[in-house]
Design a protein around this ligand. Structure first.
Ligand code: NAD
Ligand code: MG
Length: 473
């Protein structure tokens, strides 16, 4: 039986997108000295706004504003005073949550269901959580002295959430920040700048410079910053590590992943299928900790795959603003091209592709949820991050083989284990070289829980008490 849904689009009248945006420096929106770029709605290819591209002079102005705010105001406030601002920001985020969610979905392409129920609530929770730490740093075990000015560069997959992960702990610890959002998703960071104004945050404590890689590079290489925090691709992360080597700058890097989602034959299959779907199709698979490698025990592989395909056929792909939508638009034409290229390589190397039957819109950037079977470790789709709605399936026979295959990757961000046996969960989790291991669930986030990687997935932890360490001396 096929269930038909009437469209249920969220109204976009709540957001007020301006034709052009400047930079947020020293508490005010100012013109950039450089050029500008366009951000589009990836579901329609509609140009949303013209955004200033910060050049190195603009970055310099922003860093100086952050330094001044650090020296004159922010480093002089008590933790309890800083906390008041963070609580205020958290409450305004809650009050303006619908606006933030709609704007995030328009600029990024993610389903409103996710921006509304996952991203924005987690953003508010993150500010509330670190507000709570601001006056308790002495009990956290990492000292109470802030680093100074932090330069922060974030990707496009969770624009607001990555902003919160960067800004909330930095401010709680007494640092000031210059943040560069990704070039395809700058609009919610600029709305956050308005929220800083609304919260009366002292000017210069948060500065937002928009632009692409060159702007990010100017920021991380600026001599006036004490700390670099980066989330994005492993290649850029390595370039940043090289650029700051030999300087006094502290660095945290949160890079790519190729997580194994391991399903044992005693797992509750229907729940595991939900976890597999959530693991790889949540946020169109644009998730660094996505469960992109399914390792399924050989004796249940056929059954798991049959049920997985049946479930995938029910995923609704389309308008991100429709409340029924499960899978939205691919974030950019460039990312779509990368996903297509790697998928074609997977097919050429002999893996078998199956895509969920769905009508994709003709305008915008789309990719149907896809699963590759017959994948071996030698295939590029088993080793490289695809960062899209594409799952590679491998099989295993014994727990030892599952662990070996799971760890056979240059990455180590996350993993999932599905089994009925608690003792097996503990035994396997202990052997997995991954920063986060989920058991009988996947892609669960909470501000109290540290997140970060091993190996080429980067270093440093964000979230939880551990997340404070990155911003204290
Ligand atoms: P990217 O690393 O190029 O971009 C991430 C951020 O870094 C953006 O804000 C970008 O403007 C900035 N940047 C780019 N070059 C820089 C430089 N030299 N110095 C400083 N900042 C710089 O990522 P991308 O091009 O958006 O995506 C490429 C691949 O990266 C994806 O296919 C995916 O595999 C991976 N990725 C991972 C994550 C993650 O969360 N781990 C997020 C996005 C992308
Ligand atoms: Mg956009």
């Amino acid at each position: 039986m096929v269930f038909e849904y009437a469209p249920a689009p969220e109204s976009r009248s709540i957001v007020d997108i301006k034709p052009s945006y400047g930079l947020f420096i020293g508490g005010e929106f100012v013109d950039g000295g450089g050029t500008s770029f366009k951000t589009v709605n990836p579901a329609t290819e509609e140009v949303l706004a013209e955004v200033a591209e910060a050049d190195s002079d603009d970055v310099d102005r922003a860093v100086k504003a952050a330094r001044k705010a650090y020296d004159k105001v922010w480093s002089k406030l008590s933790g309890a005073e800083r906390a008041k601002y963070l609580y205020r920001i958290a409450r305004i985020i809650q009050e303006r949550s619908r606006e933030l969610a709609v704007l995030e979905s328009i600029d990024n392409g993610k389903p409103i269901k996710e921006s509304r129920d996952v991203d924005v609530p987690l953003v508010a929770a993150h500010f509330f959580y670190y507000a709570g730490w601001a006056d308790k740093l002495a009990y956290a075990g990492f000292g109470t002295t802030p680093l100074g000015v932090a330069g922060q560069v974030i990707p496009w997959n969770f624009p607001l959430l990555m902003l919160a992960w960067k800004i909330a702990p930095a401010l709680a610890c007494g640092n000031t920040v210059v943040l560069k959002p990704a070039e395809t998703t700058p609009l919610t960071a600029l709305l956050f700048a308005e929220i800083c104004q609304q919260a009366d945050l002292p000017p210069g404590v948060v500065n937002i410079v928009t632009g692409a890689g060159a702007t990010g590079q100017a920021l991380v290489e600026h001599e006036g910053i004490d700390k670099v925090a980066f989330t994005g691709s492993t290649d850029v992360g390595k370039a940043i590590a090289r650029a700051v080597a030999g300087t006094e700058k502290r660095v945290t890097l949160e890079l790519g992943g190729k997580a194994a989602n391991i399903v044992f034959d005693d797992a509750p299959i229907d729940q595991a299928v939900e976890g597999i779907v959530n693991g790889i199709f949540f946020n169109q698979g644009h998730v660094c900790c996505a469960g992109s490698r399914l390792l399924v025990q050989e004796n249940v592989a056929d059954e798991v795959l049959a049920r997985l395909k049946r479930r995938m056929a029910t995923l609704r792909v389309g308008d991100p603003l429709d409340k029924n939508t499960d899978v939205g638009a691919i974030n950019s034409a460039a990312q779509l091209a990368r996903i297509r290229e790697l998928s074609e390589i997977g097919a050429a190397e002999g893996a078998e592709a199956w895509s969920a039957p769905c009508d994709l819109p003709t305008q915008g950037y789309w990719f149907a949820p896809t699963v590759f079977t017959g994948v071996t470790q030698a295939h590029r789709i088993a080793r490289e991050e695809i960062f899209g709605p594409v799952l590679s399936v491998l099989t295993f026979r014994t727990p030892a083989e599952a662990v070996e295959k799971a760890n056979n990757t240059p990455y180590g961000l996350s993993a999932g284990v599905w089994t009925e046996k608690g003792s097996r969960i503990l035994k396997i989790a202990d052997k997995l070289r991954a920063g986060v291991v989920w058991a009988n669930t996947f892609n669960k986030f909470d501000p109290t829980s540290p997140f970060g990687g091993y190996k080429e997935s980067g270093y440093g932890r964000e979230g939880g008490r551990h997340g404070l360490e990155a911003y204290l001396r």
